[in-house]
Write a protein that binds this ligand. Structure first.
Ligand SMILES: [Zn+2]
Length: 428
């Protein structure tokens, strides 16, 4: 059995790939976050978001790719309503990353390519008409193309978990629904299941295809090389007539953009949490599976568990579990340290909170100067946000949301305070 994937993932940039519209996922008014570039109007010229280039290089490196010294873009030409300029700007030979791999406990799953591309607009299908929302148009994506090295359903699950963890530590929002094309062949003929949304559906689609193709083989029937689509409601894949095959797309060099030199990018060493879990398990003689569960998708847990000694380790793990079981999410490293010295093995929540120096009613409040510093940093790191924030209610709400999430603050009073601080800074 051979399985290969093309995984599409949205990058954590504030603005879109080729224009300065905000790129965050939103439920706002359709077609409100658009400009001539992402609407694809004639004559509008793309300008590459440097941040998207940086993040893509980091992701490619984390996937053990070689980084192309010069990276460039192509137009993938096709006609579809979600792409009114008639082509999608993407990468091919000039992809940012090539020839990488993901290490699954010693087995390497090849990464053929990591490429940067723009998301098309969203098509909303109604009963007898369709609508288009361009808010998503131009959102930066990475397409991660694997070699067909995955050989079982179990391996597919492991690969996806590992990939998501690597992406999480590159700042990617892993709560987004990954969009995946799944290539799967039990015999020589290759079957592609296009546009599977979400991990759960990906696994179900693979499961269904494995069953379907095995039955055909058992019955001595032949498997067609074809494109299929996954139907979530009936949990099956069905043959679909595709708009084109890959060979039929026209690819041409994108002359509105240039060659980008990647040799000057500084790419920090990637955090591979599963490797760290292994090291922690060895070093502390502790169960690897438990550590994996705690750190694969949790920066704070990783930081806490790598900062304690072997003697403290067992207690540290149960303390993290204790915090979680009491639903306390907003604790600091200092609070963790403080509790590490105390015996909390059989303590109830109330006693725990008391030891922590908190009572049930007054949850910890983020420090005001801390919040102010955070806002300052956000505004200075993003000029667009700064410019838009002054006149734009949506940008303002976005910023308030970011701050609230970062400092785990809730409530209207806090929101008003944050707004006041932001306004004060914008006016200066
Ligand atoms: Zn735009």
């Amino acid at each position: 059995m051979k399985i290969g994937l093309e995984v599409h993932v949205a990058l954590p940039t504030k603005t879109k790939l080729f224009c300065s519209d905000l790129a965050y996922e939103n439920q706002e008014e359709p077609n409100s976050n658009v400009c001539p570039v992402c609407l694809g109007l004639p004559g509008a010229k793309p300008v590459l978001n440097q941040n998207a280039l940086d993040i893509s290089a980091r992701i490619a490196k984390a996937l053990n790719c070689e980084i192309n010294e010069k990276t460039w873009f192509v137009r993938k030409v096709y006609f579809y309503p979600d792409l009114p300029k008639g082509y999608q700007i993407t990468q091919l030979d000039g992809a940012i990353g090539i020839k990488g791999y993901v290490d699954l406990n010693g087995k390497k799953i090849g990464i053929r390519r990591v490429q940067i591309e723009e998301d098309p607009a969203r098509i909303i299908r109604e009963k007898d008409y369709s609508l288009i929302d361009f808010n998503r148009s131009g959102v930066p994506l990475n397409e991660i193309v694997t070699e067909p090295d995955i050989t079982s359903l179990e391996e597919l699950k492991n690969f996806i978990e590992e990939l998501r963890s690597i992406l999480y530590y590159q700042g990617v929002n892993i709560n987004q629904e990954l969009k995946t094309d799944l290539n799967i062949s039990l015999a020589e003929k290759r079957v592609e299941v296009k546009n599977v949304t979400g991990v759960k559906n990906l696994i179900s689609a693979a499961e269904y295809e494995i069953k379907r193709q095995s039955v055909l083989i058992k019955e001595g029937k032949k498997i067609n090389a074809e494109t299929r689509s996954y139907k979530e409601d009936s949990n099956e894949t069905v043959s679909s007539r595709e708009k084109e095959t890959e060979e039929e797309y026209g690819f041409t060099f994108e002359p509105d953009l240039t060659f980008y030199d990647t040799t000057k990018l500084t790419i920090p060493k990637a955090v591979i949490a599963s490797n760290i879990a292994k090291e922690l398990a060895d070093k502390n003689e502790y169960n690897e599976k438990t550590i994996r569960e705690l750190i694969l998708f949790n920066r704070r847990n990783l930081s806490l568990l790598t900062s304690i000694s072997k003697e403290e380790f067992k207690k540290g793990v149960s303390l993290i579990e204790k915090f979680a079981s009491f639903g306390i999410e907003d604790y600091s490293e200092q609070e963790f340290r403080k509790m590490l010295d105390k015996d909390v093995s059989s303590i109830e929540k109330e006693g725990f909170l008391q030891l922590l120096g908190r009572t049930n009613k007054s949850e910890k409040k983020a420090d005001k100067t801390e919040i102010e510093a955070g806002i300052k940093e956000m505004l200075s790191s993003d000029k667009t946000l700064f410019d838009r924030g002054i006149k734009d209610e949506k940008a303002m709400n976005f910023m308030i949301g970011e701050v609230k999430e970062k400092y785990h603050i809730t409530g209207k009073e806090a929101a008003d305070f944050i707004k006041k601080v932001i306004k004060g800074m914008l006016n200066n």
